[in-house]
Design a protein around this ligand. Structure first.
Ligand code: GDP
Ligand code: ZN
Length: 458
């Protein structure tokens, strides 16, 4: 058990931000009170905020004016005594306050160590701990809601109920095997087994479906803009960037350089692939041919394919249509303020039922419709994250896939009429994979690895 007192700066490092130095551990309050000028923190009530100054005891200088929150165990994030020092004097002062605390016996926290303690002290389960990490990295408000939901334990609760169902199934089989003489324990039939596995399988599939949306919310939709020269790709890019200012969330730990690579279109973060913004690709087919263009474009989650309203379809346009076939794309017919020369019926026919939006980047018309189309492509309408339990974590998704596979092995065994004690092995594997999501069967090394990914100060 870790008992020393840890400290770290737990807010974004940037101008103007109020920074917080957080301590957790048995001596959090006594260490702080040694360097605090104001009320005697050792005797203040729990969960109070106290104004005062942090003093460098070696020089007697004031390091910063601060507000200190004192929170006594166990009703704290880590279930240990926690002190949060709100500093106002900018980064230099914050660092100084941290140094002073370290000189008094606090230890600099490892990345994720606060959250790790919360986990080890039973305050949160593993999936909630990971949600904290996602929260730190959340790029839009919606992504943040997802992370908050998960922290709430909704995913955990669902996983627990699925495991419970599987466990009961397994237990039933065990009883039949161990006590065949008990007639009153109903023989676990293949039908019952089929029913249970079906229900759990459907739930896992649903989680995996929303996982894709969760991934987009978390990582952004990698987006390419393609079209012949001069159709308006740069104009489109600029419009999107101007109308959807880079996402700035107030989440501690989010770093600006990452945030600025995203634009937020109705809650959907578009990932700006290169420094210029959204990757703009012209002459791609000319340069590298249809097949290789397809390979390149396949890496995008979404392609914005721009045509010119004022020109007839060209051979090059047709090649681009070939390159995007089967991929996720939206056709944008730009320059609608000019005379129509494009054969719209033909575009409609070759665009595979994909959304077609007419715009004028010059007059800023049709941009709303386009943004709606972008959002609709992934979330049939403006989604309400409040109603969904998202899985937005790569490790969870992998475990869900493994659980699903194991369950399908079991289901195949059921259909083949294999003995229930054999089928039970796969059901147990499913149960174990699901358990790993909430940390019930996670090994220590897995836990260490996960927590080391956390930002410092969380
Ligand atoms: P790109 O080569 O595909 O990136 O196209 P640009 O965005 O650089 O635009 C090419 C030219 O078309 C520029 O002079 C733009 O001002 C102009 N343009 C872009 N969109 C429109 C539009 O909707 N209507 C008109 N009339 N001109 C536009
Ligand atoms: Zn351009």
């Amino acid at each position: 058990m870790e008992t020393d007192t840890i400290a770290a700066i737990s807010t974004p490092i940037g101008e103007g931000a109020i920074a917080i130095v957080r301590l957790s551990g048995k001596e959090a309050i006594s260490i702080t009170s040694e360097v605090f000028k104001g009320k005697d923190l050792q005797n203040v009530d729990s969960h109070t905020i106290n104004y005062g100054k942090i003093i460098d005891r070696q020089t007697d200088e004031v390091a910063d004016e601060v507000m200190v929150s004192v929170m006594r165990a166990p009703k704290t994030f880590t279930r240990e005594d926690v002190v949060e020092i709100n500093c106002h004097g900018g980064m230099v002062a914050v660092n100084r306050v941290l140094e002073i605390l370290l000189s008094r016996g606090a230890r600099l926290a490892e990345p994720g160590e606060f959250t790790k303690r919360a986990f080890l002290n039973g305050r949160i389960d593993l999936s909630q701990a990971e949600a904290v990490m996602d929260l730190i990295r959340a790029k839009t408000d919606k992504a943040m809601n997802v992370a908050l939901k998960q922290m709430d334990g909704r995913l955990s609760a669902l996983i627990r109920s699925l495991r419970q169902r599987l466990l009961e199934t397994v237990a039933h089989v065990e009883v039949n095997i161990d006590y065949p003489e008990y007639d009153d324990v109903e023989e676990m039939s293949h039908d019952m087994m089929r029913e249970s596995t079906k229900v759990v399988h459907a739930e896992i599939e649903e989680l995996l479906t929303v996982a894709k949306q969760g991934k987009i919310l978390r990582e952004g939709l990698s987006t390419a803009i393609i079209g012949r020269p001069n159709v308006g790709k740069s104009s489109l890019m600029n419009t999107l960037v101007q109308e959807n200012k880079a996402i700035v969330t107030e989440i501690p730990g989010t770093t600006r350089d990452i945030i600025e690579e995203y634009v937020n279109v109705r809650g959907v973060p578009l990932r700006l692939v290169d420094t210029a913004g959204i990757r703009e690709t012209e002459d791609i087919v000319e340069r590298i041919g249809v097949e290789r263009s397809r390979q390149v474009l396949k890496d995008s989650d979404l392609i914005l394919f721009v045509l010119n309203y004022n020109e007839e379809l060209t051979e090059e346009d047709l090649k681009l249509f070939e390159a995007v076939r089967g991929l996720e794309y939206i056709v944008i017919i730009n320059k609608m303020d000019l005379e129509q020369k494009l054969d719209l019926a033909k575009v409609d026919k070759i665009s595979d039922g994909k959304p077609i939006v007419t715009t004028s980047m010059l007059k800023e018309e049709g941009v709303d419709t386009l943004e709606k189309a972008i959002a609709d492509t992934f979330f049939s309408g403006d989604i309400d994250t409040g109603d969904l339990t998202y899985v937005s974590n790569v490790r969870h998704i992998q475990l869900l896939k493994k659980a699903k596979q194991a369950l399908e092995d079991a289901m195949e065994g059921i259909e083949l009429g294999m003995p229930l004690d054999i089928i039970q092995i796969d059901v147990t594997r499913t149960w174990e994979f699901l358990g790993e999501i909430i940390g019930d069967t996670a090994s220590d090394s897995l836990i260490d690895q996960l927590f080391s990914q956390f930002c410092l100060g969380k």
